[in-house]
Ligand binder design. Structure first.
Ligand code: SF4
Length: 327
């Protein structure tokens, strides 16, 4: 068997920020803030995977062992992480060993950025430049932003910002998990995409082309996918306490057994889903987790039918997840 795809590793659930659209802010009273310990980290079978992304719900550079974690994982596969960018200067040596460094930016406007994320945009730009200006630098630098109704017109400016900082790529994500009612309506996707949003995406694409950087915008039209982009057939999440889950959307580091999400404007609740502990990875992957993956495998097989009429239903926990609807 060839290598599996991506193992996402939740190395910390702590974060210095309280961003408006983050579940940590929305569920602050029940959030469990902690760092993954090295014993759990060492039991992750990195050699089975092509790539390890060291981030779940939290800021990975807050884990005091992050340097050792990067060193350990990179012996076996490519390694990257997404960070809020605040601590890059303090971890420069570690960060330079990554294959991919994604930095979250909410807006190209300093005031708006402060209002959404509560941190100084200028400081993040300086930190990104610290990496990009290194000679023979290793990591690909990606600016990750979230398209929201009130920030989407900033997309072309974010491309400018990325270019100014020496980044290689901009990824425009959707607010694909909506944890609270006050965020409903801020998403830019829908059954028929807003022409204004499509225009901003086009402008950003054009600018990126001119500046010679990559630009990727997630789809903004809701359409049922055979397999979500998280692709549980090949990938999985290892939570901060070592449990194996299909994705971050079925896990939250809270005291509740359930996950609340708003889907098509309505509140829904799904049970969290774990398949066992990483110390028993081989058995769990072949047994408990296999049954979940097979649902997606059967869905995928219908792509070869001339009339794909009998597509197996999505797992119940996925029906109200926007990732299952292609955004
Ligand atoms: S559809 Fe959503 S909940 Fe289901 S596996 Fe994909 S990302 Fe996870």
């Amino acid at each position: 068997m060839g290598k599996l795809g991506i193992v996402q590793v939740e190395v910390s659930t702590r974060c210095q920020l309280s961003c408006l659209m983050c579940p940590k802010f929305q569920f602050k009273d029940e959030w469990i803030s902690k760092d993954m310990d090295m014993e759990i980290f060492h039991s992750i079978p990195f050699k089975k995977f092509r790539y390890a992304h060291l981030q779940g719900w939290g800021e990975p550079l807050l884990n005091p062992n992050i340097g050792e974690m990067i060193e350990t994982a990179r012996k076996h596969c490519s390694v990257g992480l997404t960070t809020n960018g605040i601590l890059i200067d303090r971890h420069l040596e570690d960060v330079l060993k990554l294959d991919l460094l994604a930095v979250s930016i909410a807006s190209a406007d300093a005031e708006e950025h402060m209002a959404i994320r509560g941190c100084r945009l200028e400081k993040l730009k300086e930190n990104i430049k610290l990496v990009s200006e290194q000679r023979d630098r290793e990591p690909k630098i990606v600016i990750a932003t979230m398209m929201l109704k009130n920030t989407v017109e900033q997309l072309p400016d974010i491309v400018d910002l990325a270019h100014e900082c020496g980044a290689d790529e901009v990824i425009a994500n959707n607010m694909d998990y909506i944890p609270s009612e006050q965020l409903v309506g801020m998403e830019v996707f829908g059954s028929s995409p807003d022409p204004g949003v499509l225009e901003q995406i086009k402008k950003a694409e054009k600018k990126a082309n001119e500046l010679g950087i990559n630009f990727v915008a997630k789809p903004v039209k809701l359409e049922e996918a055979l397999v979500c982009a998280e692709d549980p057939i090949k990938n999985c999440l290892i939570t901060v306490d070592g449990r194996i889950a299909p994705c971050v959307y079925l896990h939250l580091p809270t005291r509740s057994e359930y996950i609340s999400r708003y889907f098509r404007g309505r509140k829904t609740k799904v049970p969290k889903l774990y398949f066992g502990h990483v110390s028993e990875f081989n058995r769990v992957w072949k047994e408990e987790y296999r049954r979940f993956r097979e649902i997606f495998e059967r869905r995928l097989q219908t792509r070869y039918q001339s009339l794909p009429l009998n597509i197996p239903d999505l797992p119940d926990v996925c029906k109200t997840c926007y990732k299952a609807w292609s955004v």
